[in-house]
Design a protein around this ligand. Structure first.
Ligand code: GDP
Ligand code: MG
Length: 151
């Protein structure tokens, strides 16, 4: 079982697409284990995007993420990291596959609606950065056996 950090970025919230993103992840079979609607501080944005520091788009990226509220979430499921990245689509919306969030609702890389952890190490680090352990809920879902099975 994996957990992954997902964020509906300010453009997604402003455009009323937070529900659409949640809908698609729920429908996929993933389970929500944490969520908060929040304004991102510059400090949090800089830590979250530290890997991009020095790149030409870094300052604009920090400004974008701190410009308006976001919906920060943790989703759980088998292969959750890969599954969420697939549902969100490629970083550049014009390279994202049809049927993905970024393809279906975005045009520019600088306004690509969502963030999702890109691997097991970043998922652990990002979940720890954005959420306290007490803010995550482990719960049994009635449909779990119909979504997850080993045979
Ligand atoms: P992600 O993991 O798919 O979100 O992509 P990256 O980790 O490569 O980049 C982080 C975020 O920075 C992206 O989602 C974009 O919002 C932004 N970004 C990446 N590359 C560019 C770029 O070339 N120009 C601009 N304006 N933003 C970019
Ligand atoms: Mg990334």
């Amino acid at each position: 079982m994996e957990r992954t950090f997902v964020m509906v970025k300010p453009d997604g919230v402003q455009r009323g697409l937070a529900g659409e993103v949640i809908l698609r992840l729920e429908r996929r079979g993933l389970k929500l284990v944490g969520a908060k609607f929040m304004q991102v501080s510059r400090e949090l944005a800089e830590t979250h995007y530290a890997v991009h520091k020095g790149k030409p788009f870094y300052e604009g990226l920090v400004r974008y993420i701190t410009s308006a509220p976001v919906m920060a979430m943790v989703w759980e499921g088998p292969n959750a990291i890969q599954a969420v990245r697939q549902t969100m689509g490629a970083t550049r919306p014009t390279e994202a596959a049809p049927g993905t969030v970024r393809h279906d609702f975005a045009l520019e890389v600088g306004r690509n609606l969502t963030h999702a952890s890109d691997g097991p190490e970043t998922a652990v680090a990002e979940i720890g950065l954005w959420f306290k352990p007490s803010e995550l809920v482990s719960w049994d879902r009635a449909t779990d056996d119909w979504i997850m099975g080993s045979n």
